[in-house]
Design a protein around this ligand. Structure first.
Ligand code: HEC
Length: 282
């Protein structure tokens, strides 16, 4: 019984550790900015400017953004594009049928996407979004001219590409391939994509290779500074989506500290009372 339990726990732990995205691409840890109001406000701005065109956030009211330090006036002036009242929900005008026709898949509502994409004991949904939005690369062999490492053949275009700037990518895969005579041979395949998405693929046999299989991706930005700045912006956006998926988390954490403090003090009082009550009974 105990053995079985330990086995189950171990199994779920290894799953969590080895689990990357469905594509196998390992997710990067997003910088944690859930308590950083300026970052969340910037994330909100990016969200309404770049995402709300296709994605709704039907559980979110604009005036909830006052929780991250914006005033009604600021919301009205800077963030209201799809509606005219701060009390409105973040609906969009695009119809699901049209979206499916245009992109091959309907853009999901993003209200709780950060929770939907989180993996128990593994990377959070914020990590997922952070990695997903930063792993687009140009690929001329795809109909839309882009592909994504976390979500291969994704229907969503790379809407942030102008912020990120041009970049190439190099992917090195070491794997075993079956030969004509049925034997297995280790091979290294390097795929180089230039900034326009043209690729050059070279494969070489690895004689006497004793290592294991691997898959490494390296992005090569034309402008390293622009690329670092982009990562920073995406971190704000991903954290905003993390906040939106659970807006009460700030309140919950703030309250949690007081609750723990109270329990701690109460424990002291109970301890002393206990000693007093039992003092004469011995
Ligand atoms: C031009 C329309 C469009 C815009 C703008 C857009 N998306 Fe998407 N998005 C889509 C579509 C379509 C899908 C569904 C893709 C699929 O299932 O192949 C999608 C899917 C997603 C997913 C789910 C991916 C998954 O693994 O299931 C996330 C997260 C996402 N979008 C985030 C964003 C964010 C953040 C922005 C703003 C920076 C944004 N999107 C802007 C069209 C859009």
């Amino acid at each position: 019984m105990i053995k079985k339990l330990i086995g189950t726990i171990a199994l779920s732990l290894t799953c969590a550790v080895s689990f990357a995205a469905e594509s196998g691409y390992s997710l990067e840890k997003a910088p944690e900015r859930i308590n950083d109001m300026a970052a969340l406000q910037n994330g909100a701005k990016l969200f309404v400017n770049y995402c709300l065109g296709c994605h709704s956030a039907n559980s979110m009211r604009y005036n909830r953004l006052t929780d991250i330090g914006l005033t009604d006036e600021q919301i009205k002036r800077n963030l209201l594009f799809t509606s005219d009242k701060v009390g409105d929900l973040m609906h969009i005008a695009m119809r699901r049928e049209d979206a499916t026709k245009w992109f091959g898949a309907a853009p999901p509502d993003l209200s709780v996407i950060a929770r939907a994409k989180s993996i128990n004991l593994g990377p959070t949904g914020v990590d997922y979004i952070y990695t997903f939005l930063r792993t687009y690369h140009r690929d001329t062999s795809r109909p839309v001219g882009w592909d994504n490492m976390v979500f291969p053949s994704v229907g969503m275009p790379n809407v942030l590409w102008q912020l990120q700037g041009e970049r190439g990518m190099e992917r090195t895969v070491i794997a075993q391939a079956e030969q004509a005579d049925g034997s297995l041979q280790w091979q290294r395949t390097v795929s180089k994509y230039d900034a326009q998405g043209f690729s050059e693929i070279t494969t070489e046999a690895l004689q006497g290779y004793t290592g294991s299989a691997s898959d490494k991706v390296r992005f090569i930005p034309a402008d390293a500074k622009a690329s670092a700045n982009f990562d920073n912006q995406v971190a704000d956006l991903a954290n905003f989506l993390g906040w939106m998926a659970e807006p009460v988390q700030l309140e919950r954490k703030r309250l949690g500290v007081w609750v723990l403090l109270f329990l701690f003090l109460f424990f002291g009082v109970a301890w002393r009372l206990n000693a007093v009550y039992w003092k004469d009974i011995k």
